[in-house]
Unconditional design. Structure first.
Length: 529
Protein backbone atom coordinates (compact mmCIF):
# COMPACT_ATOMS: atom_id res chain seq x y z
CA UNK A 1 0.00 0.00 0.00
CA UNK A 2 1.09 3.59 -0.36
CA UNK A 3 0.90 6.80 1.61
CA UNK A 4 2.14 10.36 1.45
CA UNK A 5 3.46 12.11 4.52
CA UNK A 6 4.01 15.86 4.21
CA UNK A 7 6.68 17.78 5.99
CA UNK A 8 8.15 21.24 5.55
CA UNK A 9 11.36 21.96 3.75
CA UNK A 10 13.33 25.17 3.96
CA UNK A 11 15.96 26.41 1.54
CA UNK A 12 18.44 28.68 3.23
CA UNK A 13 20.25 31.22 1.05
CA UNK A 14 23.21 29.59 -0.62
CA UNK A 15 25.63 31.44 -2.92
CA UNK A 16 23.18 34.31 -3.14
CA UNK A 17 20.17 32.15 -4.01
CA UNK A 18 16.72 33.33 -2.97
CA UNK A 19 15.25 31.91 0.21
CA UNK A 20 12.31 29.58 -0.35
CA UNK A 21 9.90 27.67 1.86
CA UNK A 22 7.52 24.95 0.77
CA UNK A 23 6.81 21.25 0.82
CA UNK A 24 7.49 18.29 -1.45
CA UNK A 25 7.15 14.53 -1.29
CA UNK A 26 10.40 12.63 -0.85
CA UNK A 27 9.60 9.05 -1.74
CA UNK A 28 10.94 5.93 -0.11
CA UNK A 29 10.21 2.22 0.10
CA UNK A 30 10.70 0.05 3.14
CA UNK A 31 10.54 -3.67 3.85
CA UNK A 32 10.07 -4.81 7.49
CA UNK A 33 10.16 -8.54 6.69
CA UNK A 34 13.26 -9.27 8.77
CA UNK A 35 13.02 -6.44 11.26
CA UNK A 36 13.38 -7.35 14.93
CA UNK A 37 13.05 -4.83 17.77
CA UNK A 38 16.44 -3.31 18.43
CA UNK A 39 17.58 -3.97 14.88
CA UNK A 40 19.13 -1.34 12.61
CA UNK A 41 17.76 0.52 9.62
CA UNK A 42 19.60 -0.50 6.44
CA UNK A 43 19.14 2.50 4.14
CA UNK A 44 20.12 2.54 0.47
CA UNK A 45 20.43 5.98 -1.09
CA UNK A 46 18.95 5.80 -4.59
CA UNK A 47 21.20 8.49 -6.06
CA UNK A 48 20.74 9.83 -9.57
CA UNK A 49 17.75 7.71 -10.57
CA UNK A 50 14.20 6.90 -9.59
CA UNK A 51 13.88 4.82 -6.44
CA UNK A 52 11.90 2.21 -8.38
CA UNK A 53 15.03 1.28 -10.30
CA UNK A 54 16.67 0.25 -7.03
CA UNK A 55 13.86 -2.01 -5.78
CA UNK A 56 15.63 -5.28 -6.70
CA UNK A 57 18.27 -4.45 -4.08
CA UNK A 58 15.52 -4.41 -1.45
CA UNK A 59 13.99 -7.60 -2.78
CA UNK A 60 17.09 -9.77 -3.23
CA UNK A 61 20.18 -7.56 -3.32
CA UNK A 62 22.43 -5.92 -0.78
CA UNK A 63 19.67 -4.30 1.32
CA UNK A 64 17.84 -7.58 1.62
CA UNK A 65 21.06 -9.40 2.54
CA UNK A 66 22.08 -6.93 5.24
CA UNK A 67 18.56 -6.63 6.68
CA UNK A 68 18.28 -10.40 6.96
CA UNK A 69 21.72 -10.72 8.54
CA UNK A 70 21.02 -8.04 11.15
CA UNK A 71 17.30 -8.12 11.88
CA UNK A 72 17.10 -4.78 10.16
CA UNK A 73 14.52 -2.61 8.43
CA UNK A 74 15.31 -2.30 4.72
CA UNK A 75 14.80 1.15 3.19
CA UNK A 76 15.46 2.76 -0.19
CA UNK A 77 15.33 6.56 -0.16
CA UNK A 78 14.86 8.69 -3.27
CA UNK A 79 17.10 11.69 -3.98
CA UNK A 80 15.53 15.07 -4.56
CA UNK A 81 14.91 15.90 -8.26
CA UNK A 82 14.60 12.24 -9.26
CA UNK A 83 11.63 9.93 -9.67
CA UNK A 84 8.68 11.69 -8.03
CA UNK A 85 10.68 13.63 -5.40
CA UNK A 86 10.56 17.15 -6.81
CA UNK A 87 10.20 20.42 -4.88
CA UNK A 88 9.46 22.20 -8.19
CA UNK A 89 7.18 21.64 -11.19
CA UNK A 90 9.73 22.22 -13.96
CA UNK A 91 13.44 21.92 -14.69
CA UNK A 92 14.27 25.49 -15.64
CA UNK A 93 17.69 26.55 -14.38
CA UNK A 94 16.05 28.74 -11.76
CA UNK A 95 14.12 25.72 -10.49
CA UNK A 96 17.26 23.59 -10.35
CA UNK A 97 19.20 25.96 -8.11
CA UNK A 98 18.48 23.86 -5.02
CA UNK A 99 19.66 20.62 -6.61
CA UNK A 100 22.93 20.21 -4.75
CA UNK A 101 24.51 17.26 -3.03
CA UNK A 102 24.57 19.25 0.20
CA UNK A 103 20.81 19.87 0.11
CA UNK A 104 20.13 16.20 -0.66
CA UNK A 105 22.33 15.09 2.24
CA UNK A 106 20.36 17.39 4.52
CA UNK A 107 17.20 15.69 3.25
CA UNK A 108 18.53 12.30 4.26
CA UNK A 109 19.74 13.54 7.64
CA UNK A 110 16.29 14.93 8.37
CA UNK A 111 14.66 11.70 7.23
CA UNK A 112 16.84 9.65 9.56
CA UNK A 113 15.96 11.89 12.49
CA UNK A 114 12.21 12.08 11.89
CA UNK A 115 10.82 9.12 9.97
CA UNK A 116 7.95 7.10 11.45
CA UNK A 117 7.32 3.85 9.59
CA UNK A 118 3.61 2.94 9.26
CA UNK A 119 2.88 -0.04 11.45
CA UNK A 120 5.83 0.77 13.71
CA UNK A 121 4.54 3.97 15.29
CA UNK A 122 5.20 2.54 18.75
CA UNK A 123 8.92 2.18 18.05
CA UNK A 124 11.53 4.89 17.79
CA UNK A 125 13.39 4.07 14.58
CA UNK A 126 14.98 7.46 14.21
CA UNK A 127 18.65 8.34 14.50
CA UNK A 128 20.53 8.50 16.78
CA UNK A 129 18.23 6.22 18.79
CA UNK A 130 18.51 3.48 16.14
CA UNK A 131 21.71 2.67 14.25
CA UNK A 132 21.50 3.58 10.57
CA UNK A 133 23.72 1.65 8.17
CA UNK A 134 23.69 3.39 4.79
CA UNK A 135 24.67 2.00 1.42
CA UNK A 136 25.13 3.62 -1.98
CA UNK A 137 26.65 2.83 -5.34
CA UNK A 138 28.46 5.24 -7.68
CA UNK A 139 27.31 8.83 -6.98
CA UNK A 140 25.21 7.46 -4.12
CA UNK A 141 28.32 5.66 -2.87
CA UNK A 142 30.12 8.98 -2.51
CA UNK A 143 26.96 10.46 -1.02
CA UNK A 144 26.76 7.95 1.85
CA UNK A 145 30.51 8.25 2.48
CA UNK A 146 30.06 11.99 2.90
CA UNK A 147 27.01 11.42 5.11
CA UNK A 148 29.15 9.32 7.44
CA UNK A 149 31.66 12.15 7.87
CA UNK A 150 29.25 15.11 7.91
CA UNK A 151 26.41 13.53 9.92
CA UNK A 152 28.20 10.88 12.00
CA UNK A 153 25.70 11.17 14.84
CA UNK A 154 22.90 10.04 12.50
CA UNK A 155 24.83 7.55 10.35
CA UNK A 156 26.36 4.75 12.42
CA UNK A 157 28.05 3.13 9.45
CA UNK A 158 28.25 3.46 5.67
CA UNK A 159 29.19 1.27 2.71
CA UNK A 160 30.44 3.18 -0.31
CA UNK A 161 30.35 0.90 -3.36
CA UNK A 162 32.11 2.26 -6.44
CA UNK A 163 31.83 5.58 -4.63
CA UNK A 164 33.12 8.47 -6.74
CA UNK A 165 34.42 10.53 -3.85
CA UNK A 166 36.79 12.62 -6.01
CA UNK A 167 35.01 15.05 -8.32
CA UNK A 168 37.01 15.59 -11.52
CA UNK A 169 36.19 18.05 -14.31
CA UNK A 170 38.09 16.44 -17.22
CA UNK A 171 37.63 12.75 -16.47
CA UNK A 172 39.54 11.20 -19.38
CA UNK A 173 40.64 8.46 -16.97
CA UNK A 174 37.19 6.90 -17.25
CA UNK A 175 38.42 4.86 -20.21
CA UNK A 176 41.55 3.58 -18.48
CA UNK A 177 39.74 0.62 -16.92
CA UNK A 178 38.63 -0.44 -20.39
CA UNK A 179 42.11 -0.01 -21.82
CA UNK A 180 43.64 -2.09 -19.04
CA UNK A 181 40.99 -4.80 -18.71
CA UNK A 182 39.26 -5.32 -22.06
CA UNK A 183 40.64 -7.86 -24.58
CA UNK A 184 43.93 -6.51 -25.94
CA UNK A 185 42.99 -6.95 -29.61
CA UNK A 186 39.73 -5.08 -29.06
CA UNK A 187 41.55 -2.23 -27.33
CA UNK A 188 44.21 -1.96 -30.02
CA UNK A 189 41.71 -1.98 -32.89
CA UNK A 190 39.50 0.57 -31.13
CA UNK A 191 42.48 2.88 -30.66
CA UNK A 192 43.44 2.60 -34.33
CA UNK A 193 39.89 3.10 -35.61
CA UNK A 194 39.34 6.17 -33.43
CA UNK A 195 42.71 7.57 -34.50
CA UNK A 196 41.63 7.24 -38.12
CA UNK A 197 38.44 9.18 -37.35
CA UNK A 198 40.45 11.83 -35.50
CA UNK A 199 42.98 12.28 -38.29
CA UNK A 200 40.28 12.68 -40.93
CA UNK A 201 38.35 15.29 -38.94
CA UNK A 202 41.44 17.19 -37.81
CA UNK A 203 42.73 17.50 -41.39
CA UNK A 204 39.47 19.30 -42.12
CA UNK A 205 39.27 18.23 -45.77
CA UNK A 206 35.59 18.66 -46.59
CA UNK A 207 35.48 15.91 -49.23
CA UNK A 208 37.08 13.31 -46.97
CA UNK A 209 34.80 14.30 -44.11
CA UNK A 210 31.78 13.90 -46.39
CA UNK A 211 33.11 10.49 -47.42
CA UNK A 212 33.36 9.54 -43.74
CA UNK A 213 29.80 10.68 -43.03
CA UNK A 214 28.38 8.89 -46.04
CA UNK A 215 30.23 5.64 -45.35
CA UNK A 216 28.64 5.48 -41.90
CA UNK A 217 25.22 6.50 -43.18
CA UNK A 218 25.45 9.83 -41.37
CA UNK A 219 25.52 12.12 -44.38
CA UNK A 220 22.86 14.45 -42.98
CA UNK A 221 24.76 15.21 -39.75
CA UNK A 222 26.18 18.73 -39.98
CA UNK A 223 28.97 18.62 -37.41
CA UNK A 224 31.66 15.96 -38.03
CA UNK A 225 32.33 15.81 -34.28
CA UNK A 226 28.78 14.53 -33.83
CA UNK A 227 29.67 11.79 -36.33
CA UNK A 228 32.76 10.91 -34.30
CA UNK A 229 30.64 10.77 -31.17
CA UNK A 230 28.15 8.32 -32.69
CA UNK A 231 30.95 6.10 -34.01
CA UNK A 232 32.47 5.91 -30.52
CA UNK A 233 29.33 4.60 -28.78
CA UNK A 234 30.22 0.90 -28.95
CA UNK A 235 33.17 1.01 -26.56
CA UNK A 236 31.08 2.86 -23.99
CA UNK A 237 28.98 -0.23 -23.25
CA UNK A 238 31.73 -1.62 -20.97
CA UNK A 239 30.11 -0.15 -17.85
CA UNK A 240 26.87 -2.00 -18.61
CA UNK A 241 28.53 -5.37 -17.99
CA UNK A 242 27.16 -7.10 -14.90
CA UNK A 243 27.20 -10.63 -13.54
CA UNK A 244 23.45 -10.41 -12.83
CA UNK A 245 21.64 -11.82 -15.89
CA UNK A 246 18.68 -9.49 -15.33
CA UNK A 247 20.70 -6.32 -15.78
CA UNK A 248 23.92 -7.31 -17.55
CA UNK A 249 24.42 -5.81 -21.02
CA UNK A 250 26.23 -8.17 -23.44
CA UNK A 251 26.73 -5.53 -26.13
CA UNK A 252 30.35 -4.75 -25.26
CA UNK A 253 31.56 -8.16 -26.33
CA UNK A 254 29.26 -8.08 -29.35
CA UNK A 255 30.94 -4.82 -30.32
CA UNK A 256 34.42 -6.20 -29.71
CA UNK A 257 33.51 -9.24 -31.76
CA UNK A 258 32.84 -6.94 -34.68
CA UNK A 259 35.99 -4.84 -34.54
CA UNK A 260 38.31 -7.82 -34.01
CA UNK A 261 36.86 -9.98 -36.77
CA UNK A 262 38.59 -9.84 -40.15
CA UNK A 263 35.63 -11.64 -41.72
CA UNK A 264 32.85 -9.39 -42.96
CA UNK A 265 29.91 -9.48 -40.52
CA UNK A 266 27.53 -7.10 -42.32
CA UNK A 267 27.11 -8.09 -45.94
CA UNK A 268 25.29 -4.88 -46.84
CA UNK A 269 28.65 -3.11 -46.39
CA UNK A 270 30.39 -5.14 -49.13
CA UNK A 271 30.05 -2.33 -51.67
CA UNK A 272 31.78 0.08 -49.27
CA UNK A 273 35.12 -1.76 -49.28
CA UNK A 274 36.89 0.78 -51.49
CA UNK A 275 35.41 3.65 -49.44
CA UNK A 276 36.63 2.07 -46.21
CA UNK A 277 40.09 1.50 -47.66
CA UNK A 278 40.27 5.14 -48.76
CA UNK A 279 39.25 6.34 -45.31
CA UNK A 280 41.92 4.18 -43.70
CA UNK A 281 44.49 5.68 -46.07
CA UNK A 282 43.30 9.23 -45.38
CA UNK A 283 43.41 8.51 -41.65
CA UNK A 284 47.10 7.59 -41.74
CA UNK A 285 46.88 3.79 -41.47
CA UNK A 286 47.20 2.82 -45.12
CA UNK A 287 50.03 0.41 -44.36
CA UNK A 288 47.49 -1.80 -42.54
CA UNK A 289 44.65 -1.28 -44.99
CA UNK A 290 44.26 -4.93 -45.95
CA UNK A 291 43.70 -6.00 -42.34
CA UNK A 292 41.75 -2.93 -41.29
CA UNK A 293 39.30 -2.75 -44.20
CA UNK A 294 36.99 -5.59 -43.06
CA UNK A 295 37.27 -4.29 -39.48
CA UNK A 296 36.25 -0.80 -40.60
CA UNK A 297 33.36 -2.31 -42.57
CA UNK A 298 32.25 -4.20 -39.47
CA UNK A 299 32.37 -0.95 -37.48
CA UNK A 300 30.23 0.71 -40.17
CA UNK A 301 27.73 -2.14 -40.14
CA UNK A 302 27.53 -2.27 -36.34
CA UNK A 303 27.09 1.50 -36.04
CA UNK A 304 24.39 1.52 -38.68
CA UNK A 305 22.50 -1.33 -37.03
CA UNK A 306 22.73 -0.12 -33.43
CA UNK A 307 22.52 3.66 -33.89
CA UNK A 308 21.76 5.01 -37.35
CA UNK A 309 18.87 2.72 -38.23
CA UNK A 310 16.99 3.59 -35.04
CA UNK A 311 16.79 7.31 -35.88
CA UNK A 312 13.19 8.25 -36.72
CA UNK A 313 13.78 12.02 -36.90
CA UNK A 314 16.27 14.03 -38.91
CA UNK A 315 19.82 12.92 -38.26
CA UNK A 316 20.69 16.25 -36.67
CA UNK A 317 17.74 15.86 -34.32
CA UNK A 318 18.95 12.38 -33.39
CA UNK A 319 22.68 12.92 -33.13
CA UNK A 320 23.63 16.60 -32.90
CA UNK A 321 24.89 17.47 -29.41
CA UNK A 322 26.15 20.93 -30.38
CA UNK A 323 22.67 22.22 -31.15
CA UNK A 324 20.85 24.53 -28.75
CA UNK A 325 17.44 23.57 -30.14
CA UNK A 326 17.74 19.89 -29.21
CA UNK A 327 14.61 18.76 -27.32
CA UNK A 328 16.81 17.16 -24.66
CA UNK A 329 18.01 20.70 -23.85
CA UNK A 330 14.80 22.67 -24.39
CA UNK A 331 12.27 20.35 -22.72
CA UNK A 332 12.16 21.62 -19.14
CA UNK A 333 9.36 19.35 -17.98
CA UNK A 334 9.79 16.91 -15.10
CA UNK A 335 9.45 14.12 -17.66
CA UNK A 336 12.86 15.13 -19.05
CA UNK A 337 14.61 14.47 -15.73
CA UNK A 338 16.60 11.64 -17.29
CA UNK A 339 18.43 14.15 -19.45
CA UNK A 340 18.59 17.13 -17.12
CA UNK A 341 18.76 16.28 -13.41
CA UNK A 342 22.11 14.51 -13.28
CA UNK A 343 23.46 16.74 -16.06
CA UNK A 344 22.81 19.77 -13.86
CA UNK A 345 24.67 18.12 -11.01
CA UNK A 346 27.73 17.28 -13.07
CA UNK A 347 27.73 20.68 -14.76
CA UNK A 348 27.63 22.50 -11.42
CA UNK A 349 29.47 20.33 -8.87
CA UNK A 350 30.78 17.00 -10.10
CA UNK A 351 32.30 17.20 -13.58
CA UNK A 352 33.18 13.74 -14.95
CA UNK A 353 33.35 14.94 -18.55
CA UNK A 354 34.71 11.82 -20.25
CA UNK A 355 36.94 13.30 -22.93
CA UNK A 356 39.20 11.86 -25.57
CA UNK A 357 41.22 15.08 -25.67
CA UNK A 358 42.51 14.66 -22.12
CA UNK A 359 44.32 11.38 -22.83
CA UNK A 360 48.13 11.81 -22.69
CA UNK A 361 49.71 12.60 -26.06
CA UNK A 362 51.81 9.42 -26.06
CA UNK A 363 48.72 7.20 -25.76
CA UNK A 364 46.03 6.52 -28.35
CA UNK A 365 42.60 7.18 -26.80
CA UNK A 366 39.63 4.82 -26.98
CA UNK A 367 37.34 7.61 -28.19
CA UNK A 368 38.30 10.38 -30.63
CA UNK A 369 40.28 13.33 -29.29
CA UNK A 370 37.82 15.65 -30.99
CA UNK A 371 35.44 14.72 -28.17
CA UNK A 372 36.75 17.48 -25.92
CA UNK A 373 35.47 19.57 -23.04
CA UNK A 374 33.93 22.19 -25.31
CA UNK A 375 31.90 19.61 -27.22
CA UNK A 376 30.93 17.37 -24.31
CA UNK A 377 29.72 20.26 -22.14
CA UNK A 378 27.21 21.44 -24.75
CA UNK A 379 24.40 20.44 -22.42
CA UNK A 380 25.77 22.70 -19.68
CA UNK A 381 25.61 25.72 -21.98
CA UNK A 382 22.44 24.99 -23.90
CA UNK A 383 20.26 23.52 -21.15
CA UNK A 384 21.43 25.62 -18.19
CA UNK A 385 23.45 28.55 -19.59
CA UNK A 386 26.45 27.39 -17.57
CA UNK A 387 29.75 28.36 -19.18
CA UNK A 388 32.33 27.71 -16.46
CA UNK A 389 33.69 24.43 -15.06
CA UNK A 390 31.89 22.65 -12.25
CA UNK A 391 32.89 23.74 -8.75
CA UNK A 392 34.44 20.38 -7.90
CA UNK A 393 35.98 21.87 -4.77
CA UNK A 394 32.48 21.88 -3.24
CA UNK A 395 32.63 18.09 -3.39
CA UNK A 396 36.32 17.44 -2.79
CA UNK A 397 36.23 19.33 0.52
CA UNK A 398 34.87 16.09 2.02
CA UNK A 399 38.05 14.11 1.44
CA UNK A 400 38.15 13.04 -2.19
CA UNK A 401 40.49 10.13 -2.78
CA UNK A 402 41.57 10.24 0.85
CA UNK A 403 38.20 10.10 2.56
CA UNK A 404 38.44 7.92 5.65
CA UNK A 405 36.30 7.46 8.74
CA UNK A 406 35.55 4.77 11.31
CA UNK A 407 32.79 2.43 10.13
CA UNK A 408 33.12 3.56 6.52
CA UNK A 409 33.62 0.69 4.07
CA UNK A 410 35.11 1.33 0.63
CA UNK A 411 34.17 -1.25 -2.02
CA UNK A 412 35.06 -1.26 -5.71
CA UNK A 413 35.66 -3.32 -8.81
CA UNK A 414 39.09 -3.76 -10.35
CA UNK A 415 37.62 -3.19 -13.85
CA UNK A 416 35.26 -0.33 -12.99
CA UNK A 417 35.68 2.81 -15.17
CA UNK A 418 34.71 4.87 -12.12
CA UNK A 419 37.48 3.37 -10.03
CA UNK A 420 39.65 6.27 -11.20
CA UNK A 421 37.46 8.66 -9.17
CA UNK A 422 37.40 6.53 -6.03
CA UNK A 423 39.72 5.88 -3.07
CA UNK A 424 40.74 2.63 -4.83
CA UNK A 425 42.10 4.48 -7.88
CA UNK A 426 45.29 3.02 -9.30
CA UNK A 427 47.12 6.33 -8.93
CA UNK A 428 46.37 6.55 -5.19
CA UNK A 429 48.89 3.93 -4.01
CA UNK A 430 48.72 4.95 -0.36
CA UNK A 431 45.09 3.84 -0.21
CA UNK A 432 45.73 0.63 -2.14
CA UNK A 433 48.46 -0.29 0.34
CA UNK A 434 46.33 0.37 3.41
CA UNK A 435 45.34 -2.58 5.54
CA UNK A 436 41.64 -3.37 5.43
CA UNK A 437 40.10 -3.49 8.91
CA UNK A 438 36.67 -4.21 10.33
CA UNK A 439 36.32 -0.54 11.16
CA UNK A 440 37.51 0.68 7.77
CA UNK A 441 37.20 -2.10 5.18
CA UNK A 442 38.81 -1.71 1.76
CA UNK A 443 37.37 -4.35 -0.57
CA UNK A 444 38.50 -4.59 -4.20
CA UNK A 445 36.46 -7.16 -6.15
CA UNK A 446 38.63 -8.71 -8.84
CA UNK A 447 37.13 -8.46 -12.32
CA UNK A 448 34.10 -6.50 -11.14
CA UNK A 449 32.77 -3.44 -12.90
CA UNK A 450 30.28 -0.96 -11.39
CA UNK A 451 28.97 -1.71 -7.85
CA UNK A 452 28.58 -5.42 -8.58
CA UNK A 453 28.09 -6.17 -4.87
CA UNK A 454 24.71 -4.40 -4.95
CA UNK A 455 22.95 -7.13 -6.95
CA UNK A 456 21.56 -10.42 -5.65
CA UNK A 457 19.66 -13.52 -6.77
CA UNK A 458 16.71 -15.53 -5.54
CA UNK A 459 17.66 -19.01 -4.27
CA UNK A 460 16.31 -20.72 -7.39
CA UNK A 461 18.46 -18.46 -9.55
CA UNK A 462 21.83 -19.23 -7.99
CA UNK A 463 24.35 -21.52 -9.67
CA UNK A 464 27.93 -22.54 -8.85
CA UNK A 465 29.03 -19.58 -10.99
CA UNK A 466 26.42 -17.02 -9.93
CA UNK A 467 26.92 -14.91 -8.00
CA UNK A 468 30.62 -14.97 -8.93
CA UNK A 469 32.72 -16.18 -5.99
CA UNK A 470 34.47 -12.81 -5.69
CA UNK A 471 31.13 -11.01 -5.42
CA UNK A 472 29.66 -13.53 -2.98
CA UNK A 473 32.78 -13.25 -0.84
CA UNK A 474 32.56 -9.45 -0.75
CA UNK A 475 28.87 -9.58 0.19
CA UNK A 476 29.55 -12.06 2.98
CA UNK A 477 32.38 -9.87 4.28
CA UNK A 478 30.12 -6.81 4.27
CA UNK A 479 27.45 -8.67 6.24
CA UNK A 480 30.03 -9.70 8.82
CA UNK A 481 31.45 -6.18 9.00
CA UNK A 482 28.01 -4.67 9.57
CA UNK A 483 27.29 -7.25 12.27
CA UNK A 484 30.52 -6.21 13.99
CA UNK A 485 29.56 -2.54 13.73
CA UNK A 486 26.24 -3.32 15.37
CA UNK A 487 27.93 -5.19 18.19
CA UNK A 488 29.95 -2.02 18.71
CA UNK A 489 26.68 -0.08 18.80
CA UNK A 490 25.24 -2.47 21.37
CA UNK A 491 28.35 -2.15 23.52
CA UNK A 492 28.16 1.63 23.51
CA UNK A 493 24.41 1.82 24.15
CA UNK A 494 22.33 0.42 26.98
CA UNK A 495 19.55 -0.59 24.58
CA UNK A 496 18.58 -4.03 23.31
CA UNK A 497 21.58 -6.01 22.01
CA UNK A 498 22.06 -5.89 18.27
CA UNK A 499 20.10 -8.48 16.31
CA UNK A 500 22.30 -10.60 14.04
CA UNK A 501 21.77 -13.75 12.02
CA UNK A 502 24.57 -15.81 10.50
CA UNK A 503 24.95 -14.71 6.89
CA UNK A 504 23.57 -17.31 4.47
CA UNK A 505 23.92 -15.50 1.15
CA UNK A 506 21.08 -15.95 -1.31
CA UNK A 507 17.73 -14.27 -0.95
CA UNK A 508 14.15 -15.41 -0.63
CA UNK A 509 11.36 -13.69 -2.51
CA UNK A 510 9.64 -10.70 -0.92
CA UNK A 511 6.04 -9.94 -1.82
CA UNK A 512 5.88 -6.25 -2.54
CA UNK A 513 2.11 -6.20 -2.35
CA UNK A 514 2.26 -7.02 1.34
CA UNK A 515 5.79 -6.51 2.62
CA UNK A 516 6.77 -3.18 1.13
CA UNK A 517 4.97 0.05 1.89
CA UNK A 518 5.58 3.11 -0.25
CA UNK A 519 4.91 6.65 0.82
CA UNK A 520 6.41 10.08 0.70
CA UNK A 521 7.95 12.31 3.29
CA UNK A 522 8.29 16.06 3.04
CA UNK A 523 11.61 16.90 4.52
CA UNK A 524 13.33 19.93 5.89
CA UNK A 525 16.25 20.54 3.58
CA UNK A 526 18.85 22.73 5.23
CA UNK A 527 21.72 24.08 3.19
CA UNK A 528 25.21 23.59 4.56
CA UNK A 529 26.54 27.10 4.87
Amino acid sequence: MSRDMNRTYSHKPESGETHSNGTFNLRYYFDPTYYKPGGPVILLQSGETSVTGRLPYLQKGIVYQLAKATGGMGVILEHRYYGTSFPVDNLETESLRFLTTQQAMADQAYFQQNVVFPGFEDQNLTAPNTPYITYGGSYAGAFVAFMRTIYPEFTWGAISSSGVTEAIWDFWEYYEAIRLNAPADCVRNQQVLMNIIDNIIMKNDSQTIDDLKNAFGLGEVSNPVDVANVISFGIQSWQGRNWDPEVGDPSFYEYCGNITNTTLQWFDTTDLASNASALIEAGGWGNESETLTPIMLNLIGYTNFTEVSSCELTQNECFANDNASQPMYTDKSIDNQGNLSWAYQYCTQWGYIQTGSGVPADQLPLIPRVLDLEYLTSICRYAFNLTTPAKVEEINQYGGFNISYPRLAIVGGSADPWRAASPLALDVPDRLNETSTVSQPLILIEGAVHHWDENGLFPNETTPELPPPAVASAQAELAQVVQAWLQEWASSNSSTPAQTTPYTGAASAVSYSTAVIVFGALLTAVALL
